[in-house]
Design a protein around this ligand. Structure first.
Ligand SMILES: [Zn+2]
Length: 293
């Protein structure tokens, strides 16, 4: 099943729900960063959340960035989505490992640790919108739900899952974010909570090979969901030589000249993908010349 997002609203208009299957893009992320399972799970959950939030944007050129700044061994995790849910991501320590939890699951919560979750929505306005919450558990889905409640005043149920195979590849990945819309009363909230609980862990739904639509109908059992949006999504990086140059110039004039003197060629790999950019010492000197003293 190719990666895609499906959105449904209930006919009463009180619930909006998005589900994603993101196996292929999570596998791509794993390969780019050579992730071990703990990092695959943490990064996979974060990029799935970013993809859903990105796809909720009004404009394809909008972007959503999720930064998870935890003090655990994984370090900072970053996921960036365009306005259609195409996503990219990276993390500080892809090789971090921890013992499995007592229930044999990857200990993403300890891997992430304590810290903050920061969401930046760039809607093409002068100032991007930024919201921040303290991490609740580091399990990412719970942290996202806390973000929606505290920062955007939206009650939500969020579940994100990544299953890693014995050969370290991604067997299944995806999740859902279900949100109560303004006007939804307590009884809708309670019925939804029951339905979400009855649906069971998202990893089980993913392992059964459910599509995003199947997941939505399962999680919204008892409601009348209507599918309003379907969109294929993929791992997509927007790096260009120009962007890499811009990042290099932030090193400053002296540092660039030093680099140019040290070697004939200077190679940089994009932070988000496996693309490599190579610059000659002449190009580095030109860049240095372009920076005002
Ligand atoms: Zn790139």
């Amino acid at each position: 099943m190719p990666d895609h997002i499906v959105r449904a609203v209930t006919t009463d208009g009180f619930i909006r729900a998005d589900a994603i299957i993101s196996r292929d893009l999570t596998e791509r992320a794993r390969k780019i960063h050579a992730c071990l399972p703990l990092a695959t799970a943490a990064l996979g959950r974060t990029i799935a959340a970013a993809s859903i939030m990105g796809a909720q944007s009004k404009n394809p050129r909008d972007s959503v960035t999720i930064q998870i700044r935890g003090d655990g061994p994984l370090g900072t995790i970053i996921a960036v989505s365009d306005g259609e849910g195409n996503v990219r991501g990276c993390l500080q320590n892809p090789q971090a490992e921890l013992p499995l939890r007592a229930d044999k699951k990857l200990d993403v919560g300890r891997g992430v640790g304590r810290g903050q979750l920061i969401v930046t929505r760039d809607l093409g306005l002068r100032e991007p919108y930024t919201g921040m919450v303290e991490l609740v558990s580091g399990e990412i889905a719970e942290d996202m739900a806390a973000y929606f409640l505290e920062s955007e005043q939206i009650h939500s149920a969020c579940a994100l899952g990544v299953l890693v195979d014995t050969d370290l590849s991604v067997r299944a990945a995806g999740g859902y974010i279900v949100q109560l819309m303004p006007g939804a009363n307590e009884s809708v909230a309670m019925r939804l909570e029951k339905a979400v609980h009855a649906a069971g862990p998202v990893t089980r739904l993913l392992d059964e090979g459910m599509s995003p639509a199947d997941i939505l109908f399962k999680v919204l059992d008892g409601f009348e969901p209507e599918i309003i949006y379907e969109q294929p999504v993929e791992y997509r990086c927007y790096c260009t030589e120009e962007r890499v140059e811009r990042v290099l110039t932030t090193l400053g004039k002296d540092e660039l000249i030093k680099l140019a003197d040290e070697q004939d060629h200077f190679e940089v790999t994009c932070q988000f993908c496996d693309r490599r950019y190579s610059f000659t010492s002449g190009q580095l000197k030109d860049m240095a010349d372009g920076i005002a003293d």
